[in-house]
Design a protein around this ligand. Structure first.
Ligand SMILES: [Zn+2]
Ligand SMILES: [Zn+2]
Length: 494
């Protein structure tokens, strides 16, 4: 079974179990065998010298109880479907009990500059992709603790890294695709910090296969002295769970854990400590100037890396992200690393500023909203479509709406959501009309994102809702906020 299949099974079961909790607990003999192997691997206390004095049965029951408690399952000491599903999830190879005692006594690096060397690469990615991703994973930590990481290409580094399947020179051979993905030693001399990736996995930079950044960041947590966390949102949770890695930062639980060992990096003093002025009043009354255009708004260049940054609108267009502010937009490209700031009217001469924007990828169209009208753009060429602007009332919005705050199209449902003040509308792209029963209150249907949305976009299956400088990463199938971010985190400000 491939890793992707694991996830389908696991997610399928989670939703099934919630819907039908009375499912009969039938455990196959294969699952029983799997459980024994799993427990001996991750819960057996090999530190105990006289293991033989414990009977096999009580041993398994105790280990099972410890495992169920660790994962927050009902502690029954018997094998049930829920427990088996957790055991089948792909995971980290480090024991959930401090098997080797590495983490007891809080081992940590006693110097500020840590070197690392990759001695064997994976064929799944290019060398430069691996180097960049490993560098990124270390940077998640060096952003928050006063350690620096440097790649070296010869000799013995503090942290030696390799990709290899099966037996690879230590006592913990890998197990083929799925199961254990990687393991790492805690800090110390010799093999301390060394990190091994199972090359029978398919390593990727996306949500397919196994995401190298997330697994590397988890293993480097061990290499820096972090043990597993019980917090499901933590990077150090023992099972692999894909989250969007675009703009990824160390989750709070892990940051606190690693800062407890090393302290925090003193923040670099920013050039402009005082927040930018509050959003300017709308230039609504048409001042009679020579130019019929309203006065240009201040260039938001200096706000790019402000924690107070508020977006006017945001959207994807052909994989790139566009963040609109004061009649300008930042474009974050998937193909080149820089971020460009462009005046909206320099790109689309008839549009001054953008209040809301969304893309319908299936139709190769993006829409930009300004006041009571909106424009269609061919996504591929970025050119304006004929027949625009159209009034927003043509979408079915009431004439009392003078401006759309935010809009986002959800490809999985085929709906486009329009946010106006504390309410939202749902538009069916297939039927080309508003859904019945709207507007509804935002807080009622999107708990946790706030009562107003300034900007919204979709990225790799997640929805991002900005409310002031704060942004919620929302997963629609669970109807839940997964992470809370700040807008400026998207604009390469680390
Ligand atoms: Zn781990
Ligand atoms: Zn190893």
């Amino acid at each position: 079974m491939s890793l992707a299949d694991f996830w389908i099974v696991l997610l399928g079961c989670l939703s099934l179990c919630h819907a039908a909790p009375t499912i009969a607990p039938t455990i196959s003999s294969e699952d029983e065998a799997l459980a024994k192997i799993y427990l001996s691997r991750f819960y057996d206390d090999v530190g105990m010298t006289n293991v033989t004095t414990r009977s096999l049965i009580s041993n398994i029951t105790e280990d099972l109880e410890a495992m169920q408690a660790f994962f927050g399952l009902e502690v029954t000491g018997t094998l049930n479907n829920e427990t088996v599903e957790v055991m089948k999830a792909p995971r980290c190879g480090v024991s959930d009990i401090s098997r080797y005692g590495h983490f007891a006594g809080k081992p940590r690096w006693q110097k500020r500059l840590i070197t690392y060397r990759i001695t064997q690469y994976t064929p799944d990615l290019s060398r430069s992709q691996v180097d960049a991703t490993i560098g990124k994973a270390f940077k998640l930590y060096s952003d928050v603790i006063p350690l620096d990481f440097k790649q070296v290409y010869s000799g013995t580094a503090d942290i030696m890294i390799l990709f290899k399947g099966g037996y690879h020179g230590d006592f913990y051979p890998f197990d083929g695709a799925g199961g254990v993905l990687a393991h790492a030693n805690s800090p110390g001399q010799g093999q301390g910090g060394d990190t091994h990736f199972d090359d029978d996995e398919r390593w990727t930079l996306t949500q397919r296969g196994v995401n190298l950044l997330l697994v590397a960041a988890h293993e480097f947590g061990h290499a820096l002295g972090l043990d597993h966390s019980r917090d499901r949102r933590a990077l150090m949770f023992p099972t692999y769970q894909y989250v969007n890695t675009n703009g990824y930062r160390l989750p709070d639980d892990d940051r606190r854990g690693v800062q407890a060992l090393y302290g925090s990096r003193t923040p670099v003093p920013t050039t402009r400590p005082n927040p930018p002025p509050r959003p300017e009043p709308e230039p609504e009354p048409e001042e009679p100037t020579e130019d019929s255009r309203p006065d240009p708004l201040p260039n938001p260049k200096d706000e790019q890396c402000s924690r107070q940054l508020v977006f006017d609108a945001a959207t994807s267009i052909k994989g790139d992200l566009y963040f609109f502010k004061n009649g300008y937009y930042w474009r974050k490209s998937t193909s080149n690393p820089g971020i460009r700031l462009t005046r909206v009217s320099a790109k689309w001469s008839r549009i001054n500023r953008v209040d809301a924007a969304f893309e319908v990828p299936r139709e190769d169209v993006a829409y930009l909203f300004e006041g009571r009208q909106y424009w269609g753009i061919r996504a591929r060429t970025k050119t304006l479509l004929s027949g625009y602007p159209k009034p927003i009332t043509s979408l079915g919005l009431p004439s009392s709406v003078s401006k759309v705050d935010a809009a986002v199209h959800v490809p999985t449902t085929g709906k486009t959501l329009f946010f106006v003040n504390n309410k939202y509308w749902s538009y069916d792209e297939a039927r080309n009309q508003m859904d019945y029963g709207y507007p509804r209150y935002i807080t009622q249907d999107f708990p946790g994102i706030g009562s107003k949305v300034d900007a919204a976009f979709e990225n790799y299956g997640y929805l991002y809702f900005s409310n002031g400088p704060r942004q919620s990463e929302y997963y629609l199938p669970y109807r839940r906020v997964m992470r809370v971010l700040l807008n400026y985190g998207w604009l390469n400000c680390y």
